[in-house]
Design a protein around this ligand. Structure first.
Ligand SMILES: [Ca+2]
Ligand SMILES: [Ca+2]
Length: 308
């Protein structure tokens, strides 16, 4: 039998796990492995050195909140915001025409109807809003036009197993690396209202852009419900662990991928824990059958590295 002390220990453990479980729900998951990378032709190069943006691991982990440029003359620490995109070869990878990048997500994207705007994962690029009032010291105002944005066409495909990929309907999926420029102060797992167009940002300063983002970090948002089979029919997949970006024309730069977190993660975690407690108690009284709840904490190593 579980005595009083053991009970209270278990209860303490339970509250700790509850806190851990709910804390996880607020967090987006990022890409944790490169499956394939083909740079294609016409990828971006460093204007000063001519080196290509060919470091595919730049697409792993959390997108950039700050750019720390080691250049002795022009360098410094610059916040990533809708007027200041990430630009280092350590931050972004480029895909030229015919280029492809396939990543594994640390946690699957889920087609959850509770997600705002139906968006299940986001891709962050390196486009920024053009400043039209000449103020580059914090008081910039945009007309909604972008620089550094993809001028060509991109395709995004998703897969549950890393083998069979389904293209997201190109008439619905936004181009990679255009709207919405990253705001490193925002939440990478929260989508911007996809009905907003570039013109909606005309006349806005940083505060105005943030008001339209409503806490989001920007990015291009994608819905698994857009996945199509080879015949162009919706496949209705519930989850995707892999994302592939293809560039058909022009070039696109990618800083990172983020899944929209599940509000139900904490509840599922609790169900697993209830099973664990039951199992423990059953073993103690000698009737134990193995009860082995899955440990959902397989992405804890991605929780570090937040920078303001
Ligand atoms: Ca969805
Ligand atoms: Ca990056």
């Amino acid at each position: 039998m579980v005595n009083k002390t053991q009970h209270s220990l278990l209860r303490t453990g339970l509250s700790l796990v509850i806190v851990g479980g709910w804390a996880r729900t607020a967090q987006a998951g990022f890409a944790d492995a490169i499956v394939a990378y083909e740079p294609g032709t016409g990828y971006a190069t460093d204007w000063a050195t001519g080196e290509g943006y060919l470091n595919e691991t730049a697409a792993l982990g959390m997108p950039s909140r700050v750019t720390v440029d080691p250049d002795p003359q022009y360098g410094g620490a610059f916040p990533v915001d809708p007027f200041g995109a990430p630009y280092l070869r350590s931050q972004i990878v480029s895909l030229g025409e015919g280029g492809e990048l396939t990543v594994r997500l640390a946690t699957p994207a889920i087609n959850d109807p509770a997600h705002p705007y139906g968006i299940d994962f986001q891709i962050y690029g390196s486009a920024a809003f053009v400043i039209v009032n000449g103020d580059f010291t914090g008081g910039g105002v945009t007309d909604g036009s972008l620089f550094g944005a993809t001028l060509g066409e991109t395709r995004v495909a998703v897969s549950e197993d890393g083998t069979t990929f389904y293209e997201l309907n190109p008439s619905l999926a936004p181009v990679v690396d255009a709207l919405f420029p990253t705001d490193g102060m925002g939440d990478f797992g929260l989508a911007v209202d996809p009905s907003l167009a570039a013109a909606d940002f005309d006349g806005q300063d940083l505060a105005g852009i943030r008001a339209l983002y409503t806490g989001s970090a920007g990015g291009a948002g994608y819905d698994l419900a857009w996945a199509l089979d080879r015949e162009g029919n919706p496949v209705g997949i519930d989850a995707a662990r892999f994302v592939r970006v293809s560039v058909l024309s022009g070039h696109a730069e990618i800083d990172g991928f983020a899944t929209v977190p599940e509000a139900s993660t904490g509840a599922l975690f609790l169900l697993g824990l209830a099973g664990l407690l039951t199992g423990r108690r059953a073993r103690r009284i000698g009737q134990g059958s193995e009860n082995n709840p899955r440990n959902p904490a397989d992405d804890t190593h991605h929780t570090a590295g937040h920078r303001a």
